[in-house]
Design a protein around this ligand. Structure first.
Ligand code: ADP
Ligand code: MG
Ligand code: MG
Length: 930
């Protein structure tokens, strides 16, 4: 048998089905599926996507054998309907519809009412007795054909459509406003004028022969596969050119036959909320895209109950049939011809994140899909929407319509926040204490702003990227943050902020949407998410929180399938408690230095750094010891026996130093030394490249007493907790190790201190000593390091900096263009660079396990909360990932998806994407790399 290029559908049977999108295109495959289900689909046939390829190989002509096959199918269609194309008594009209494998909305145009000419139109008038309907259809046909096939369309964006211009002219002449007021004679005259315009423009008569019309239209659909719109859409969504489009030829049904006819679009569930209700719009006496074109205002679908109860009931039934067959929420198109319903299209519907989650969960309850399938349908980042405070929708829309949108920055910390502008951390705290809601508005933030950030509802910065200090800390705190909003001009001195020519002052209300990056003038009401009200604020009864229940189900399923453990990065008891509420199973990174910015600690810390002698240093450390011990006790208590990884001091010392004279004088008087001395000491600690300077384990090696004090604080806290009968499992982590001897040096101090404390306190507790793998030498010599380390935690922030030789704090200026030029596919500080940084991780895992098969492996860099990076961590066999408290649920889901979907397949996908990118770069479609 010859190869099949054309597939028939209709009359309760079909040669194709929904799994044949590759050759039938999405529209054709689903039309066939619906016909096969016995749904009322106007019959027709699909010319396969393979023909698209042949068309281009055959100098844009349709091969003879395909023409023959199509003509046979046309004959069959005519037989089924008892009408013939071009017949002068009872003519058949068809639509010509494109349909690629992936939906490319609006990319190629549909031609309706094909087969009309002067004779068939007259026949149809005689048959229907409805000349208005006939000439309305005719003028639509000539207009669409003229546009799509003959190329009469506006060239530039501001050009008027030549046909619309003619319609406007006609309406002016007749003194009417609406298209619906045009009479049959008017429409007939429009057909004549359209044809004249075509003749004038192209030099050819409008084709009267329906077969000529048909092949012209089919050719135009194939031709449109390579038009500019289609090409740029494909590029945007990575749709291969080789896929081609199919062409559907389908018998027309008419929604424009009068008030008992109509057309509409609908979703089988609410695409915004996910609610299981029928949702859609329709128009009576209308055709094609009238509903979405906005010429007339369509009615909500429930009204159809009144206009046509029978069709509505039938649609309700079809809605359930389709969901059952496709096991998803569907987007449908339908037409009613004189009280008879016809289905014209269905496809899986687009939806908000909120709806995606709800629908997936509901469909498990309805036994339409399995738990695993549901997890596969929810993108981890979509969970963010369930956790975030939200703006009152109507209020926000009104604000934007009212011109209050000031600027747009990076959506660094999702959620909604509204408050009064303050320009520094001290004010933020003071105002918050008075009960004011504030937005901390800074050019950028630094560690000194932490308290102000904590006090604020949200954080807005003019500079910095998605991994800037503000963004990072905001995510850890779960704060709303819009970062890098370059349009804002801040004047700290005058306490003003200017954007779009408007100046806002300290105390003015502002609203920031960290989900979209929008900055809006004035106050917009917000409310916390249900999930937070239940888990964190504990102000809402879970039984009364449907959104929370949806969330909890997703989490329960995720935990069932994941193999990675999820920990959190937290250094305060309250953060730790939040993380536990979100499901954290331990702390993967407790940064001790963050504690030093807390109440009363920065003073002794500065004294310690500025000390000249060991004795002075010990005095300062003695002040710090009890403060740190208390911090650790608080965390251990909350974590109740879960492992807690505590990193010894890491940042360059200058971050703690007083840089302003006033502060330096204060420290001097505290220490009883001169201001000059302090100033001199601060200057002497200056480093040219502090990120690569005296920091990490180097500090502990130069000043062993710091490590000793920290270890003592940790272990004394552990002992105290143990004595209270609470479990405790500290893991002491030494940062920035590149050589095993660095670790060995620090390990000795830690273990000696542990032994001493256990003896002094008369209790025993388990503890581990391990290291961060965050510089390449550490990864490359991981076998040696594992001789000492009981665990590795990948510090992928520094590992990325040192592997790429890129300073994260300075990368903003070039990393964005890098990603635009596709030098890196993604920002390597957000998504692990698998081929570079990831390779070092693989080496370290392999070497570490060789020396110590039981070695515990985790990640504590920002990547620990990124779904793609989590998948990678799963693939290379880490035991856990650690992320900020508010990302714990996201990580749980990402870990489950990695367990369900990754493995060899994920690896292959990654390689495929990489190859596609490379090919795209080579073909020069993107801007070349300069
Ligand atoms: P798109 O790919 O842009 O969705 P379609 O091929 O679905 O384009 O056509 C657009 C609209 O034209 C449909 O929604 C439907 O209203 C109308 N249409 C297409 N084919 C027919 C037909 N055979 N009978 C009646 N209306 C049709
Ligand atoms: Mg459509
Ligand atoms: Mg580090």
């Amino acid at each position: 048998m010859a190869h099949q290029y054309v597939y028939f559908f209709g009359a309760d049977r079909a040669e194709g089905n929904k799994n044949m999108k590759g050759i039938l295109g999405g529209k054709g495959a689903n039309l066939a599926e619906m016909a096969g289900l016995g749904l009322p689909v106007p019959p027709g046939f699909t010319i396969s996507t393979e023909v698209c390829d042949l068309f281009y190989k055959n100098r844009k002509r349709i091969p003879q054998e395909v023409c023959k096959e199509a003509e046979k199918n046309l004959a069959k269609l005519e037989e089924v309907l008892g009408r013939k194309l071009g017949d002068t008594k009872d003519p058949l009209l068809v639509s010509i519809r494109s349909g690629a494998r992936a939906s490319m909305p609006g990319m190629m145009d549909t031609i309706l009412n094909l087969g009309l000419n002067e004779k068939t139109a007259a026949a149809l008038v005689a048959k229907t007795g409805n000349p208005r309907f006939v000439y309305d259809s005719f003028r639509r046909f000539v207009q669409m054909y003229g546009d799509v096939v003959l190329g009469l369309r506006p060239v530039k964006k501001d050009d008027v459509d030549p046909f619309e211009a003619i319609i406007e002219e006609k309406k002016r002449e007749r003194g009417i406003q609406r298209d619906t007021d045009l009479t049959a004679d008017d429409l007939r005259d429009l057909v004549a004028r359209f044809k004249a315009a075509i003749k004038k423009q192209t030099g050819h008569d409008f084709p009267e022969d329906p077969m000529k019309q048909l092949w012209g239209a089919v050719g135009a659909v194939f031709d449109s596969w390579m038009n500019d719109r289609a090409i740029s859409y494909r590029k945007l969504y990575d749709i291969p050119e080789t896929w081609g489009t199919a062409v559907n030829v389908q018998a027309m049904v008419f929604g424009n036959m009068g008030d008992d006819s109509g057309t509409g679009v609908a979703f089988t569930r609410d695409a915004a909320t996910g609610e299981n209700v029928f949702y859609g719009e329709y128009l009576m006496n209308a055709q094609g895209e009238d509903v979405v074109a906005g010429i007339r205002t369509p009615l909500p679908i429930v009204n159809l109950k009144k206009d046509d109860a029978k069709s509505y009931a039938q649609l309700e039934r079809i809605r359930h049939i389709l969901e059952k067959r496709f096991t998803d929420m569907m987007d449908i198109e339908f037409t009613i011809q004189q009280g008879r319903l016809f289905m014209l299209q269905c496809r899986v519907g687009k939806r908000t994140a909120f709806a995606a989650i709800k629908i997936a969960v509901d469909m498990v309850d309805e036994k339409l899909i399995s738990e695993k399938e549901a997890l596969g349908r929810i993108e981890p980042d979509q969970l963010n929407q369930l956790l975030r405070p939200i703006f009152d929708h109507a209020e926000k829309d009104a604000a934007i319509k009212g011109g209050r949108l000031l600027a747009r920055g990076l959506n660094a910390g999702p959620g909604a926040a509204t408050g009064r502008i303050v320009f520094n951390s001290v004010d933020a705290e003071a105002w918050a204490k008075r009960g004011e809601k504030v937005i901390l508005t800074r050019i950028e933030t630094s560690p000194e702003d932490i308290k102000g950030m904590n006090a604020a509802e949200g954080i807005l910065t003019a500079r910095g990227g998605m991994t800037s200090h503000a963004a990072l800390v905001a995510r850890q705190m779960g704060k709303v943050c819009v970062a890098g909003c370059g349009e804002l001009i801040m004047d700290y001195g005058r306490r003003t902020m200017t954007a779009k020519g408007r100046t806002l002052r300290e105390g003015d209300w502002i609203s920031i949407d960290g989900t979209t990056g929008q900055v809006i003038e004035g106050k917009i009401h917000t409310k916390p998410s249900e999930v937070l009200q239940v888990l964190i604020e504990k102000t809402l009864d879970p039984a009364k929180a449907p959104v929370y229940q949806t969330f909890a189900k997703v989490m329960k399923w995720a935990d069932k399938y994941r193999t990675l453990k999820i920990r959190t990065n937290a250094d305060q008891p309250d953060q730790s408690a939040n993380a536990v509420a979100f499901g954290a199973e331990g702390i993967g990174l407790c940064r001790t230095e963050h504690m030093f910015f807390g109440e009363g600690k920065i003073g002794p810390m500065r004294e310690m750094i500025l000390a000249d002698t060991l004795e002075q240093r010990k005095v300062a450390l003695a002040k710090l010891l009890p403060l740190q011990r208390k911090d650790f006790e608080g965390i251990f208590e909350v974590m109740a026996g879960r492992p807690v990884t505590i990193r010894t001091i890491d940042p360059p010392l200058h971050e703690f130093l007083p840089h302003e004279e006033r502060e330096q004088r204060h420290v001097a008087s505290e220490m009883g030394i001169s201001y000059e001395k302090v100033k001199e000491r601060v200057e002497s600690l200056h480093e040219f490249n502090p990120m690569l300077g005296l920091r990490g384990c180097r500090l502990g090696i130069i000043y062993p007493e710091i490590t000793e004090t920290q270890a003592r604080a940790i272990f004394e806290a552990a002992a105290a907790i143990r004595k209270r009968g609470i479990g405790v499992e500290p893991e002491v982590m030494i940062p920035l190790v590149g050589h095993v001897r660095e670790l060995a040096h620090q390990e000795r101090i830690v273990r000696q201190t542990a032994e001493a404390v256990m003896k002094e306190q008369g209790v025993k507790f388990k503890y581990l000593v391990g290291t961060m793998i965050e510089i390449p030498r550490g990864a490359l010599t991981a076998d040696e390091i594992a001789e000492v380390a009981e665990f590795f935690s990948f510090g992928t922030n520094d590992l990325t900096q040192t592997t790429l030789g890129v300073s994260r704090d300075d990368a903003g200026r070039f990393l964005v263009p890098y990603v635009e030029k596709e030098i890196y596919a993604k920002d390597p500080f957000e998504v692990i660079d698998r081929d570079g940084v990831g390779q070092l991780m693989r080496i370290a895992v392999e070497k570490g396990q060789k020396t110590r098969p039981s070695i515990k492996l985790g990640i504590c860099g920002e990547h620990g909360g990124d779904p793609s990076s989590i998948e990678f961590c799963h693939m290379i066999g880490l035991n856990y990932v650690s992320c900020s408290p508010f990302r714990v649920p996201i990580a749980r889901l990402a870990a489950a998806r990695a367990a369900l979907l990754s493995g060899p397949k994920a690896e292959a996908n990654h390689k495929k994407a990489k190859k596609a990118r490379a090919a795209k770069n080579r073909s020069g479609l993107k801007k070349p790399v300069r």
